[in-house]
Design a protein. Structure first.
Length: 282
């Protein structure tokens, strides 16, 4: 009898142990904005929803653009297949807060690296070197910044891009400001403005849309250097290092070049070569 009681107690303990182990194994199935360990879970990644060619939410709910391709590749290297990625809209004004709150694991959203932002977040990359430029009609004679004198120049409300052009290059340019770049592009198409200014990558993304193919061209002025980085929560060096390795692999295996061609090719975008990790062009 005594032997039987001990055996029964041991069996009960074994059952409890196995049950606890099984329950603990369920953690990988939880949605994850933090661990970055893969294992069947999900990862939340911040992108833009309204920038064609970079980060765009399509009418069917899918996502497209260069930033989306980069984010998908990086997530794969971190252990997450495409169906395990949850893309979260992160508007420019909320990017730092989204990382600090843990809403997303990382952000790929035309996020230019600068000293002020580096006080709040860490950056992997850069993964693209863009420049402020002008988008004009395909038959436009505008070739230099000074050609904008007396012309109508469009940018979004609150942007410094057009103001910088007027201040430093073409003081007689007439500024037109709209709430979004899509409105500027429409105004360029119908002749209400003569040029649109912002990052060349953003302009190329709009120009590459099917409805605009062949109508516009980039002036290629390179008015500024914009080093796009992948934002990571401040202090998360492990994730930053993993993303940097993923970006290096994306360049070396040709996936980076393919993504540039697929997303910007129709606009004849003269992109810079893939930047070196950690090298910021001022």
């Amino acid at each position: 009898m005594k032997l039987r009681k001990v055996t029964a107690a041991a069996a009960a303990a074994l059952v409890l142990s196995l049950t606890a182990t099984a329950c603990g194994g369920d953690s990988d199935s939880d949605s994850d904005s933090g661990s970055g360990s893969g294992g069947g879970g999900k990862i939340k990644v911040g992108i833009k929803y309204d920038q064609p060619g970079l980060g765009l939410k399509e009418p069917d709910g899918s996502f497209s653009g260069f930033d989306v391709d980069v984010a998908t590749y990086v997530a794969k290297q971190l252990g997450y297949d495409a169906d395990k990625i949850e893309f979260v809209e992160t508007k420019s004004a909320d990017r730092e807060n989204a990382l600090a709150r843990g809403d997303v694991k990382f952000i790929v959203a035309t996020y230019s690296i600068n000293d002020e932002r580096k006080q709040k977040v860490d950056f992997a990359g850069p993964y693209l070197l863009a420049h402020q430029d002008l988008l004009v009609k395909a038959d436009s004679s505008i070739a230099e910044g000074t050609d904008l004198n007396g012309k109508k120049l469009c940018s979004v409300t609150g942007s410094t891009s057009a103001q910088n052009v007027q201040k430093d290059i073409a003081p007689k340019a007439q500024l037109k400001q709209y709430s979004g770049y899509s409105e500027c592009i429409a105004a360029l198409q119908n002749g209400a403005v003569d040029a649109v200014t912002t990052d060349d990558s953003i302009l190329a993304g709009f120009a590459a849309q099917d409805k605009y193919k062949g109508q516009f061209k980039l002036a290629g002025l390179k008015l500024s250097n914009e080093n796009y980085g992948i934002g990571v929560k401040k202090g998360d060096t492990a994730t930053t290092d993993k993303i940097n390795k993923a970006l290096e692999k994306m360049v070396s295996d040709g996936a980076w070049d393919t993504a540039v061609k697929d997303n910007f090719g129709p606009a004849d975008y003269k992109n810079e070569p893939a930047p070196k990790i950690g090298v910021i062009v001022s």
